[in-house]
Ligand binder design. Structure first.
Ligand code: GLY
Length: 312
C-alpha cells in the first residue's frame, strides 16, 4: 500500500499485519530508503523518520509499505520487441559492500552468470507468468516497449516475485552476460528495434559454455565518500591472464595514465569451465591491479559455486 501521510500509514501498521515488513521511501534515496522493520514499533519509527522528520526530503513524501519477501535474489534480463521476449541467461549481483552479504547496499560489487535459484522450468515460468504478461500489458496500455527488460526477482518458497523492473542492462550483470554471448549483437539489437525478434537466426542463440564471474574494484570509502584521481597500475598484466576481460567503469585517462574517477572503478571478469575456475582467473587478475585504497569483495560467485557443486 502507498501512503501520502503518516497517520494513515501508521493506522495501516496497526492492522493485522505480519512482520517483518518493508517500509520504503518512494523517491530516490541513494539506496538508503528501504527499512526492513522486524516489529510494528520499528515500522512506525521508519514512517516517522521518512514522513515527519523528512530524512530523505521530498523522496519520503510517499511511503510504500510492502510484504517482506525472504529468498534469494536473481536478475533476469530479456530483450523484447514489444511482442515476444528473448530471455538471457540468469545472473546474480552481489549488492552488499562486504563479504558474506554484509555492510551497506551498493550499485553492485560483482556478478556471476549463469547462476541463480531457478532451473530451466523456473525460467520458463518467469517468462510466461511475469515477462510476457508485462510486455502485453504495456502494449495494451498503449506504451509498447522495445528494448531490454531487466527484472529483479526474489525467489522464495512461493516462487519468483518481482522486486523491480529496469529498462536497461544491469550493472555489473552485463559484464558477465555479454562476454558469453557469441551473437552479432548489433544484428540482435536491430531485430529488437525493428520488431523482428521472431526472425532471429540460430546464430543469435550461441552462448559460451563457460561461466563468467566479475569482481568490481572500488575506490576506498565507496559506497560512502571516496577519492578520485588515483593512478591505476597493473592493467596490462591483469589483461594478460587467460580468460579475463576488464571493463572500465569509474576511470579516466589523464596524461597517459588511467586514473580512478568513480566509486566503482573497474570490473574484472573471468571466464572459466566452472564457477571456481572463473573465480580463480578473475581474482588472479585482480591481484595484479593496484590503486590507492582499492577495495573489493573476496567472495564473488562463492555461493553460486557451492550451489553448482551441491547440484552435482
Ligand atoms: N545490478 C543492479 C542494477 O543494475 O541496478
Amino acid at each position: 500500500r502507498t501512503f501520502r501521510d503518516a497517520p494513515d500509514a501508521k493506522l495501516y501498521l496497526e492492522s493485522e499485519l505480519s512482520f517483518p515488513i518493508v517500509v520504503k521511501a518512494s523517491g530516490l534515496a541513494a539506496g538508503k530508503g528501504v527499512v526492513i522493520a522486524q516489529t510494528k514499533d520499528e515500522a512506525i519509527a521508519a514512517v516517522d523518520r521518512m514522513m515527519a522528520e523528512r530524512v530523505f526530503g521530498s523522496s519520503g513524501d510517499v511511503v510504500v509499505i510492502e510484504e517482506y519477501l525472504p529468498g534469494e535474489e536473481v536478475s533476469v534480463h530479456a530483450l523484447t520487441d514489444g511482442r515476444s521476449v528473448l530471455t538471457l541467461p540468469l545472473s546474480q549481483d552481489h549488492k552488499r559492500a562486504l563479504d558474506g552479504d554484509l555492510g551497506p547496499n551498493t550499485g553492485g560489487m560483482g556478478a556471476v552468470s549463469p547462476g541463480g535459484p531457478l532451473d530451466a522450468e523456473g525460467i520458463e515460468r518467469v517468462e510466461s507468468s511475469i515477462l510476457v504478461p508485462t510486455i502485453h500489458a504495456l502494449a495494451r496500455a498503449k506504451r509498447p516497449f522495445r528494448g531490454v527488460l531487466y527484472a529483479g526477482l526474489m525467489v522464495g518458497r512461493a516462487g519468483a516475485k518481482v522486486l523491480e523492473y529496469n529498462v536497461r542492462f544491469g550493472d555489473p550483470e552485463t559484464q558477465v552476460i555479454l562476454p558469453r554471448w557469441n551473437a552479432d549483437l548489433a544484428s540482435v539489437f536491430r531485430h529488437v528495434a525493428e520488431g523482428r525478434l521472431d526472425e532471429l537466426g540460430a546464430e543469435a542463440f550461441q552462448w559460451d559454455s563457460r561461466v563468467a564471474v566479475s569482481v568490481v574494484l572500488c575506490a576506498g570509502g565507496y559506497p560512502g565518500a571516496f577519492k578520485r584521481g588515483d593512478p591505476i597500475r597493473g592493467l596490462k598484466e591483469a589483461e594478460r591472464v587467460p580468460g579475463v576481460v576488464i571493463f572500465g567503469a569509474g576511470v579516466e585517462q589523464r596524461g597517459g595514465e588511467v586514473v580512478t574517477a568513480g566509486g566503482r572503478v573497474l570490473n574484472v571478469t573471468g571466464l572459466g569451465k566452472s564457477v571456481e575456475d572463473a573465480r580463480t582467473r578473475a581474482y588472479e587478475a585482480v591481484a595484479k591491479i593496484h590503486f590507492e585504497a582499492m577495495q573489493f569483495r573476496k567472495d564473488i560467485g562463492q555461493k553460486a559455486g557451492r550451489a553448482a557443486r551441491s547440484s552435482g
